[in-house]
Design a protein around this ligand. Structure first.
Ligand code: NAD
Length: 486
């Protein structure tokens, strides 16, 4: 694997208006490697004036970028895709260092993130061929319907996929002709800054993409949202913060996309291929160390195969090798920070205290790094917090069920509705259950659903809007109707 190279990142700088500038606060934020707890780098800590400066730049660049030929925008996005793939290992090393995921998963994230630039490059070229031109029903005049960019966008991303979450927003925004201000999570800002470098080198004009890092997101973002020049907010993060941003967005009636928390059920029927179900549940649970909004939060197994499933799944969990992602043999990285480690530990101890049985793991790992053991919980009682809260860690809670009706009711008994997974060999049952699950996404006989060409998003408290697919571009477009009298 490649060593981390920070030489491409100007220290303590924000990327505003095509320039790398210091913050008005003069302060910085320390970035820590979660596997070693050692400092990795410092980034600039933006204040309110920096946020508004970034919005000035995005606003100033908006008209020219919207008027840039779609094919030119597509060419730039293709170039970003190629550069990311050429520099795959350099990005993967940075993701491992600041976020902690295993090496192969970090490489996978680069492929996934780069995929959004390719997918939306393909859409950008065709964008303005779409629309309608016709005569209104009384034959009096003509109707033309076309698409135009929403305008300057604020993009806010979490720490769990430092490249992909930004890519999933920047690529469609640029394809649509919008300019953006990206604010990555303070735990993992370095990958976004390196991405800004690549965008700059790929010919993105000054001001079209701006990146600010801050330890004061609530105030910096609130001031930007207060400014009517910001036309859209696309947020990925917790439901709690998403709700607060929706309230703020109401003030100027901003366009919003919200990718929020999840509580994904995995449902394994007795007729499933059990090897496939164990492998699918493992990846749905342990991908990204469980720190994923689509991670398996509740594993439901039909009673007749439950003992067999639990044995096989527990063996695999127990054999999972934790370690620093720089070790290619590591399959499970640390949690992002001490706060997340304490949260996972408290969910497990609450469940055990209330009567759950810990079949595997159940404790933090000693030594440097925020590691938690791969853990399997059985007999989790009704009142345990882990039944309803997003775990965001390598802890699998397994429940047994008898009937299809019962498991559908249980699976839907949550305020969330992001991902869900069904394992069965019966196609009719698979489709019936997928239809009955109130979730934005269902994987049938597979534990991974993320794909740049598919619409990613949730129902209920998991958010609104979709990223990726054709819907991902629509999110950055307004529909314009022109009535023409001739
Ligand atoms: P978080 O909500 O704490 O933070 C997300 C981002 O919002 C960060 O950049 C943070 O700095 C910023 N932020 C925090 N408070 C803010 C405020 N008041 N105003 C503006 N910005 C603010 O979430 P997190 O802990 O970083 O991420 C984990 C959460 O993200 C989980 O709930 C997970 O399910 C969710 N998530 C959802 C998706 C999805 O696509 N639905 C994908 C990844 C993560």
């Amino acid at each position: 694997m490649t060593a981390v190279d920070l030489s491409q990142l100007p220290e303590n700088r924000l990327f505003i208006g095509g320039e790398w500038v210091p913050s008005e606060t003069g302060k910085s934020i320390a970035v820590t490697n979660p596997a070693t707890e050692k400092p990795l780098a410092e980034v600039a800590d933006a204040g309110i004036a920096d946020g508004l400066r970034a919005l000035d730049a995005a606003h100033a660049a908006q008209t020219a970028w919207a008027a840039t030929a779609p094919m030119r925008r597509a060419d730039i996005l293709y170039s970003v895709n190629r550069t990311l793939m050429d520099r795959r290992d350099e990005f993967a090393a940075l993701i491992v260092a600041e976020m902690g995921k295993p090496w192969a998963e970090a490489q996978g994230e680069v492929d996934y993130g780069a995929g959004f630039f390719r997918w939306f490059a393909e859409s950008a070229g065709r964008l303005h061929l779409e629309g309608q031109f016709g005569v209104e029903p009384n034959g009096q005049y003509r109707i033309a319907v076309s698409k135009r960019p929403v305008g300057p966008c604020l993009l806010i991303t979490p720490w769990n996929f430092p490249l992909a979450m930004g890519a999933r927003k920047i690529a469609p925004a640029l394809a649509a002709g919008c300019t953006v201000v990206l604010k990555p999570a303070e735990q993992t800002p370095l990958t976004s800054l390196l991405l800004a470098r690549v965008l700059e080198d790929s010919g993105v004009p000054a001001g079209v993409v701006n990146v600010i890092t801050t330890s004061n997101s609530p105030d910096v973002i609130a001031e930007m949202m207060h400014d009517p020049r910001a036309r859209k907010i696309s947020f990925t993060g917790s439901t709690e913060v998403g709700k607060a941003l929706l309230r703020q967005a109401a003030e100027n009636v901003m366009n919003t996309s919200m990718e929020l928390g999840g509580n994904a059920p995995v449902i394994i029927f007795e007729d499933a291929d059990l090897d496939e179900a164990v492998a699918g549940a493992m990846v749905a649970k342990l991908r990204n160390g469980g720190e994923s909004c689509i991670a398996a939060n509740r594993i439901y197994v039909q009673r007749s195969v439950a003992a067999d499933f639990v044995r096989r799944f527990s063996d695999k969990m127990e054999a999972t090798r934790s370690g620093d992602g720089t070790d290619p043999a590591s399959e499970l990285g640390p949690l992002i920070d001490g706060r997340q480690l304490a949260k996972v530990a408290s969910l497990v101890s609450d469940a055990v205290h209330k009567g759950a049985v810990c079949a595997v793991g159940g404790a933090p790992v000693d030594g440097p790094g925020y590691f938690y053991q791969p853990t399997v919980l059985l007999n989790v009682p009704e009142n345990a917090q882990i039944r309803t809260e997003e775990i965001f860690g390598p802890v699998a809670a397994i429940y047994e069920f008898d009937s299809e009706e019962e498991v559908i009711r249980e699976a839907n008994n949550t305020p969330y509705g992001l991902a869900s997974y069904v394992f069965t060999r019966d196609l009719r049952r698979a489709l019936r259950v997928a239809d009955a699950l109130d979730a934005g996404m269902t994987g049938i006989n597979r534990g991974v659903v993320s794909n740049p060409s598919a619409p990613f998003g949730g129902t209920k408290a998991s958010g609104s809007g979709r990223e990726g697919g054709t819907e991902g571009l629509e999110a950055y477009l307004e529909t314009k109707y022109t009535g023409i009298q001739i």
